[in-house]
Ligand binder design. Structure first.
Ligand code: UDP
Ligand code: MN
Length: 591
């Protein structure tokens, strides 16, 4: 019994072992098989067999890798092209076309007659860093909808945007191009456009607003109607550069809460010359000043150091607005753009603050470059949309954004810089605040400390205004006026008109006299509008309530008006001189 007992015991143990080992072996074999399949998929190169975009959520994501030779999506065998504007060169129209050219510039803010003579498929200068040509990207980057919103744009410029996207994007990543017409009234943007896109066999779709919505709401509409996994927004006057799309999609593929931004090159609005805006040595990122003007700053060391290669994406607090890529569902989960923002302005900040504070991130991508035509002026007006609101629309947008995303301290900086904004009716933001709560978003101070830490280097905390309003000369009744000039410029006096931007002056507690984002300075030539010294908020001025003098503490002289020439200068302070007396009169807008 004992023996048999022993034998039977052994058999039992062997059976048990097999029971445990066999399934393990089976699992192991299958796992390595699955692993091999994933690996194969990873290493399929552009032009290789197609495979499903279905995702295995917990599968490791392939990351871009720097390789010896040309990157997998780099164009090969590019044929040199000749003709007007080729290689991104400027094109000069013959002198007999001057009239049409001038007329089109007036109408569109850019020379459409010039664009009309340039091929839809023209080549552009490769403005990328050399290193960019040597990245391999995952093959199965998400299918993408490119959304282009437009209002009364030039036909050839709009269509060159479309052609450049089709010519320079891997076919299998370009799911569709959606043109959203924001109620244009130009004849050639209707049936001619419908007919033109037939050649794209459904790849290019057109949807039209039945009334003017402005670019912000029109973009949100495009996002809702798109069916790609990722959406890329472009302005209607762009040309994408070589291999622009894979580097833009790769960070989103790694993490769906990353929004990516291409580096913007300039396209000249007169000649259509394609040229870089930035020098090639340094990278820039988007920041802002306290009046919510968009600014750029060299990428701080702290951020540079997070990357191994100079051509890799880097994090940015914000972006210029027009061009970016984002996971479509993520964009909609964030509520798209605040629908209370009208027409133009502030939406870039709204989206940026929302993304960062609610757990996402923004990366600028050096290897993705897109040319954009910066127009001479804004050729459209805000139409009926402007009359829906009282007061300046863009500042109302800013107010909605800061009231939603800033904390009290930072809100105060905005109102110090834009005192009139306090009186603006921004409408109801309860839905925005509810979203912020629902998504459990972090504070603005967190954002400033961890992401936008370079903003205060350039635009430090703003001391409160001691006085603001129009600055009226007691002797002449005129007001200090920047005359709409760009700095450096001599300032003058003009008829007080109660609060146009050119006459709205602020004296802060540190002695800085500001007009908008500019500063008032004085030298031998007179009183000048100057660029404020970056990183400072102080200045030389003090105001004496009794004498009504505006004293320049460094020169120890007072701001004086010349009785006959009406010119402004610094004079020896004299309490009896009416021409040295000034009054700050706070403005109350009649909105
Ligand atoms: N746009 C629009 N509706 C508007 C104003 C502009 O659809 O009410 C479009 C415009 O055609 C362009 C994009 O929105 O494609 C961005 O506008 P714009 O280029 O004027 O802005 P900027 O580049 O000057 O910031
Ligand atoms: Mn634009």
């Amino acid at each position: 019994m004992r023996v048999s007992n022993i034998r039977s015991g052994r058999i039992c143990r062997m059976a048990l072992c097999l029971l445990v080992i066999l399934p393990l072996l089976y699992l192991l074999a299958n796992w390595s098989d699955h692993h091999k399949r994933v690996q194969e998929a990873y290493h399929t190169r552009f032009g290789g067999p197609k495979f499903s975009h279905q995702r295995l959520e917990n599968r490791p994501r392939e990351v871009p890798t720097l390789v010896e030779g040309l990157g997998n999506f780099e164009p090969r065998d590019l044929k040199p092209r000749t003709g007007p504007g080729e290689n991104g060169e400027g094109h000069i129209l013959s002198p007999d076309k001057k009239n049409v050219a001038d007329a089109s510039e007036m109408e569109y803010g850019m020379n459409i007659a010039c664009s009309d003579e340039i091929s839809m498929h023209r080549s552009v200068r490769d403005t990328r860093l050399e290193e960019c040509k040597h990245w391999d990207y995952p093959y199965d980057l998400p299918p993408t909808s490119v959304i282009i919103v437009f209002h009364n744009e030039g036909f050839s410029v709009l269509m060159r945007t479309v052609h450049s996207v089709i010519d320079r994007s891997p076919k299998h990543m370009l799911h569709e191009i959606i043109l959203v017409d924001d109620f244009s009234d130009k004849e050639n943007l209707r049936s001619k456009l419908d007919e033109y896109v037939l050649q794209f066999k459904g790849l290019v779709k057109i949807i039209r607003n039945t009334e003017r919505e402005g670019l912000i709401r029109t973009r949100s509409r495009g996002a809702m109607e798109a069916t790609g996994e990722v959406i890329v927004f472009l302005d209607a006057h762009c040309e994408v550069n070589l291999n622009w799309l894979p580097p833009l999609l790769a960070p989103i593929y790694r993490d769906r809460t990353v929004m990516t931004v291409p580096i913007i090159d300039g396209i000249d609005h007169k000649t259509f010359e394609y040229r870089p805006v930035y020098g090639s040595d340094n990278h820039f990122r988007g920041i802002f000043e306290w009046g919510m003007l968009y600014k750029e700053n060299e990428v701080p060391r702290r951020e540079q150091r997070r990357r191994a290669h100079n051509s890799e994406p880097y994090r940015s607090p914000t972006h210029a607005g027009g061009l970016f890529a984002i996971n479509r569902e993520y964009f909609l989960e964030l509520g798209a753009y605040d629908p209370g923002l009208l027409v133009w302005g502030g939406e870039n900040f709204e989206l940026s603050f929302k993304i960062w504070q609610c757990g996402g991130s923004i990366e600028w991508v050096p290897c993705s470059r897109v040319g954009h035509v910066y127009r001479g002026f804004m050729p459209y007006n805000f139409g009926k949309l402007a009359s829906k609101k009282k007061g300046p629309l863009i500042t109302i947008n800013y107010k909605r954004v800061i009231e939603t995303w800033f904390d009290d301290t930072h809100k105060e900086f905005f109102y110090t810089r834009e005192p009139l904004a306090r009186y603006l009716d921004m409408g109801d933001i309860s839905e925005q605040l509810a979203l912020k709560k629902r998504l459990n978003c972090k504070s603005f101070q967190w954002f400033m400390d961890n992401i936008a830490y370079d903003v205060v280097d350039k635009f430090p905390a703003l001391p409160a205004n001691l006085h603001w309003g129009e600055l009226r000369s007691v002797a002449s009744d005129g007001c200090l006026d920047s005359m709409g000039h760009q700095p450096p410029a001599i300032m003058g006096l003009s008829y007080c008109h109660g609060g146009g931007n050119n006459q709205l002056v602020r004296l802060n507690a540190a002695g800085q006299l500001g007009v908008g984002e500019r500063c008032v300075e004085a030298d031998r030539q007179g009183i000048k509008l100057a660029v404020c010294r970056l990183g400072t908020v102080d200045g030389p001025w003090s105001y004496n309530e009794q004498t009504k003098h505006l004293l320049h503490r460094v020169h120890k002289k007072c701001m004086a008006l010349h009785p006959t020439t009406q010119q402004l200068s610094l004079g020896q302070c004299d309490v009896n001189d009416g021409y040295q007396k000034w009054l700050f009169k706070e403005i109350r807008p009649h909105w």
